[in-house]
Design a binder for this molecule. Sequence first.
Ligand code: ADP
Length: 168
Amino acid sequence: MAKLEVVRGDITKRAVDAIVNAANTSLLGGGGVDGAIHRAAGPELVAACRELHGCKTADAKATPGFRLPAKWVFHAVGPVWNGGAKGEPEQLANCYRQCLQLAREHEVKSIAFPAISTGIYGYPKGPAAKIAIAVCREMAGGCGVDTVEFCCFDEATAVTYERLLGEA
Ligand code: ADP
């Protein structure tokens, strides 16, 4: 079974095999964690993303990490929260699943996720964290991943993950 951990701070600093970006469908950069990752990885990242021709909501695509400590960036497009009855939970779960499939393909042993969709996209933090934890518990080990980091930028997100990971 993979180890699931909470870490605090900036995901661009994580020295793991892959970090996950909460991207948008263009894959050409944006605000929040997406902007931070593009700034830290350097201009090679947007050039590599351009060749991917976008990404659908609930899917993910891989690029190298360029100037980041992480070898790979998996760009996942989470759903915009629209009340929760428009398929958002399944779409969010699928983002995590697709990233773990990419981890398997690229033989990634350690991966750091941000709290996808919970910033600008407005997904409530608790329900989003539950989905992230459930999918990673179920799939990470089977995909060859040893360590999953939930990289929490703000205190409220960290407390939410710590509580939920402590529960079961
Ligand atoms: P989305 O558009 O998917 O909601 P955001 O980037 O707005 O994406 O927010 C997703 C989460 O990433 C939020 O919890 C936000 O606080 C967090 N975040 C923002 N910058 C960073 C960073 N440098 N490292 C890790 N998490 C970050």
